[in-house]
Unconditional design. Structure first.
Length: 156
C-alpha cells in the first residue's frame, strides 16, 4: 500500500503551477471574461504567512493579490480555497513536529469574515486562536464571524 503524502509535501508540490488561462465560455457565466490564475500552493501559503498578528485576510483578498501578481483578471476561487486548506493542515503538521513558527492560517477567513470550519480544530479552534489575538468572534446564524473584520484586514 502506498504511503500517503504529508500535508507539507502537498504544499510543496507545485504541479506545474502557477498558470494563467483564458476564461472559457462555460466558466464566463460565473466568472466573467478575461483570464484566471491557478496559483501554486506555496503562493497561497506565502500570502497567508504575511498576515501579521491582529490582522486578518479573506480568501477573496488572497485571490485578488494573486490576480494582480500574475496580471490576470481573477484568482481561481477553487484552487485558492483548496490551497488555503492545505496550508492550514501543513502548518498544524509542522506544529506537531515541533516547529514553533508556522503559517498563521487562522487569520485567513472566508468571505464576509466567516470562520473556516474545515481548518484544523474546526470553527472552535480558529475562534480560540483569533480571540487569543484580540478579535471578537460572534455566532451569526449557523456561521461564526469575526466582528469588524473589515477594519482588521491586512494589505496584501
Amino acid at each position: 500500500m502506498a504511503k500517503r503524502k504529508t500535508w507539507t509535501r502537498k504544499l510543496n508540490d507545485d504541479k506545474d503551477l502557477p498558470r494563467v488561462e483564458k476564461i472559457t465560455d462555460k466558466m464566463s457565466r460565473r466568472w466573467g471574461r478575461g483570464t484566471v490564475v491557478i496559483p501554486a500552493p506555496r503562493e497561497v501559503d506565502d500570502l497567508m504567512r504575511d498576515v501579521p498578528e491582529g490582522k486578518v485576510v479573506t480568501i477573496n483578498e488572497i485571490r485578488s493579490a494573486l490576480a494582480r501578481k500574475h496580471n490576470a483578471t481573477i484568482g481561481c476561487p477553487i484552487t485558492a480555497g483548496i490551497f488555503a486548506w492545505v496550508t492550514a493542515n501543513a502548518a498544524e503538521e509542522s506544529r506537531h513536529m515541533g516547529d514553533r513558527v508556522v503559517t498563521p492560517y487562522w487569520r485567513t477567513l472566508k468571505s464576509g469574515g466567516v470562520i473556516n470550519d474545515k481548518y484544523p480544530g474546526g470553527a472552535e479552534g480558529q475562534k480560540r486562536l483569533l480571540e487569543s489575538e484580540g478579535h471578537i468572534v460572534a455566532k451569526r446564524g449557523k456561521n461564526c464571524i469575526v466582528v469588524g473584520y473589515e477594519k482588521a484586514l491586512a494589505q496584501l
